[in-house]
Design a protein around this ligand. Sequence first.
Ligand SMILES: [Zn+2]
Length: 311
Amino acid sequence: MSYEGEMLQALMMPVRQKVEQSLLTALFRHDGVIEEFGAGQPIVDEIADEFKLNQTQRSAVLETIYRKENRVKNAVLWHRLLFRAADSLAGDGLISRPTATLKITGKKEWMLTESGFDKTLRILKIPSKHKNSLLTKSFEVQKFVKQMIEAARPESYDPCDNSKKLVNKLKESAIRARGFRQAVLQAYDGSCAFCGMKIHVPDSALWEAEAAHIVPHSSMGKDDIWNGLALCRSHHWAFDVGWLSLRDNFTIQVSPRICSLPPAFGKIHGSEFIRCYSAKNIQMKLPPNKNLHPHQAALLWHRERVFFNQP
Ligand SMILES: [Zn+2]
């Protein structure tokens, strides 16, 4: 057995397979991404806490001879074990290496891949059907989000994709759908573009706001940022059925049909959730980056085909 192996055994350090599992679940807790870690960084302690490592186990140092320079190099054994676990997960394609993630996020980070994400859900016994509603980052999805956010805004834009397959169970379309959701919620910072409602599940980045298509998916609406809006569930519904729409200057338009609605309708406790936008020209909350604003071509489509513009 190697010197390192003997030390690991003598100190009763956790086996690498367990450390790998812990690293995957830690990645999941941190929304799929953790910074490249050096010894002494919070994540190193966070996982040590999980294994209830004592001070001796945390601080044990492995002396290695640095042959090139003929000097002794000290490495913290626990950090080395953690790093080896990360390296092995990357070798198995379950996480992306910091050098690869750097090209997408601009930061040296370890990130779950799609297979790493699936494996973590199995470890945590989370049904895979929940995968689509989680905003956990994965390398493949983030690649798509980057493309979507950085694409140049087109002057003339067709919000429909006539080649779109409506029933498509391919992995690629699932990644696209998750990328759309992630990019839209990220652009609107998780809050409703109409009322500003912003909330997620306690202890999880499962947001209440949804990524709404302006031209709906069922009408071949594109899965891109110019055809998207973050909306709370009530406003998503009201927008989809045509109570609300948007003018080209991003002010909210209320259907004149609202006049025929009994006064008790469309209220949450005492507050109006549709009529409140009819009083004056209230602008929707726009992402700070103009490139990510909804496209006027998509808004026009919505006003012409979904909005109820008759009293
Ligand atoms: Zn809302």
